[in-house]
Design a protein around this ligand. Structure first.
Ligand code: SAM
Length: 482
């Protein structure tokens, strides 16, 4: 059995099975230990400092105790603290994005994914550069500025050169006032050299879901193809960082293995990145297994209820307070609303999970990876967020100003977000309202912006933001951001 060592570069040492089992036993033993639970909750709480807020975060053991705790009053406390943390570091802004599926060719055998090699019923499709352009125009016409590109793993059909060509095409399209300003990438684990190429192509975050941290299950769930190699997959983020990518996004696919095991593994992965690279994950995603072509989620035993799902999100929020959290349209409007209040900071809107889906009138199902639960338009999602008091943000400034990795974390920790991200969110929301929103959404939006401008603490910043918003409304666009 490998020894646990968060600083090791070996998957089996930084995600030690033995340490996870000990963590689960410790959490089970202490799940009714009120004194310990109160102390952990107290540790998680944000503290006011001269420059903003400070949060200590929680270790995987501490957070696992909270996750195991079933006392309703303590769970309620967890939700309150998670919300406090989110407001302290992210304010009421929610970053918007959409996935763009490039190709569903795949040589892997993942048992939960409809793109698996043996699925002969799903049509295979790969976008040409002309089709990528058309998809990007459709996404820009909705108002999207930030994409996550998705592709199956296939060295012949989807080599890195193809992915790089697509990124170049995406950044080159400027339709009307449209502009994709940040391309995040969710492709299979690859080499340091390829990560370097992605970095040079100007990607934002490199996202790779672990699917499961449980090695034995991982090998059963990925019986064939390059993804079968647990260590190569689990060590991918270290290679990505070695290749110069400093924003990486983690996630597990909930439903495959026991959620308490995955939760501990996920936090150990975050601790490992912090210990080795000095910066934790930029984002954590929380996908849940969905029905898809040739895939029946009921065939997997570890599905989780909406209540447990919400608790997981709140516990992640308390453990890694500076990490953004992403929820996709796999989840319904109701689940997303609750998740937003306990820690989610980024959501997708109007997603189509099929290859070429954005250029079809109807949401096509033929090549899709899973059916989406939240089927609203982007305009509807934006209005819904504002009606709940959230500011939908289309901002990509940090990435364009080089505020990535630990530079972003510093901004976040110093509480400068109110003078920086907040006005940027309002300015990009104005662009959205002006260019793409319905009259009803515009009205809700401009009311909100007026009130939110008043919250900018620095008077000079406030004045500049107000002027800039007026300029956008008067069609006087400048490439400006804080
Ligand atoms: N092929 C790449 C890889 O291996 O990481 C790219 C990722 S794939 C396009 C995006 C993610 O969708 C997967 O990592 C997996 O977690 C998730 N996924 C696959 N099948 C799913 C299903 N049936 N329901 C929900 N999510 C699914």
């Amino acid at each position: 059995m490998a020894n646990y060592n968060p600083k090791s570069l070996k998957a089996e040492e930084f995600i030690s099975h033995d340490e996870i089992l000990k963590t689960l036993a410790y959490a089970e033993e202490n799940k009714n230990n009120i004194e310990l639970i109160d102390a952990i909750l107290e540790k998680a709480r944000p503290r006011k400092t001269d420059t903003g807020y400070h949060c200590e975060g929680l270790t995987h053991r501490e957070a696992s105790v909270l996750l195991a705790c079933e006392m309703p009053d303590k769970i309620q406390k967890m939700y309150e603290i998670a919300e406090e943390i989110k407001l302290a570091f992210y304010g009421n802004r929610i970053v918007m994005f959409a996935p763009l599926y490039l190709s569903n060719y795949c040589v892997n055998g993942c048992l939960y994914c409809p793109y698996h090699l043996k699925n002969k019923t799903i049509p295979r499709k790969k976008l040409t550069q002309e089709e990528v352009r058309a998809e990007v125009i459709a996404l820009q016409d909705m108002g999207h500025k930030r994409l996550a590109i998705e592709a199956g793993e296939d060295p012949v059909n989807n080599p890195i050169e193809y992915i790089l060509d697509c990124i170049k095409t995406i950044y080159s399209v400027h339709h009307k006032n449209g502009d994709i300003r940040r391309v995040n990438v969710n492709i299979a684990a690859t080499t340091v050299e390829n990560y370097r190429k992605l970095k040079e192509a100007g990607i934002g975050t490199y996202i790779l879901f672990q699917e499961t941290y449980h090695k034995e299950s991982y090998e059963v769930l990925h019986p064939t193809g390059p993804k079968h190699d647990y260590a190569y997959h689990t060590e991918a983020m270290d290679r990505a960082m070695e290749g110069g990518i400093d924003d990486v996004g983690l996630g597990v696919l909930f439903g495959l293995e026991l959620y308490k095991y995955e939760f501990a593994g996920l936090l150990m992965h975050a601790e490992h990145l912090e210990a080795v690279h000095g910066v934790g994950p930029h984002t954590i995603s929380v996908p849940r297994l969905k029905r898809a072509d040739d895939i029946d989620p009921d065939a997997f035993d570890n599905g989780i209820s909406d209540e447990i799902f919400t608790k997981i999100i709140a516990c992640i929020r308390m453990a890694v307070p500076y990490t953004g959290m992403i929820i996709s349209t796999r989840e319904s409007e109701q689940v997303r609303a609750k998740a937003l209040s306990v820690g989610i900071s980024q959501i997708s809107g109007a997603s189509r999970t099929s290859v070429g889906g954005y250029t079809s009138e109807e949401r096509p199902h033929d090549t899709e990876q899973f059916d989406v639960s939240d089927q609203r338009t982007l305009d509807e999602v934006v209005r819904w967020l504002m009606e709940m008091g959230f500011i939908p943000s289309f901002c990509t400034a940090c990435y364009r100003e080089g505020r990535t990795g630990d530079r972003f974390m510093t901004l976040c920790k110093n509480g400068q977000i109110q003078n920086c991200c907040h006005p940027n969110a309002l300015m990009t929301l104005t662009e959205f309202l002006q260019d793409y929103a319905t009259e009803e959404t515009k009205q809700v939006g401009y009311n909100m912006i007026r009130k939110e401008l008043e919250k900018i603490p620095n008077e000079k910043v406030k004045k500049i933001a107000m002027q800039h918003i007026e300029d956008i409304k008067n069609s006087n666009r400048r490439d400006f951001r804080f």
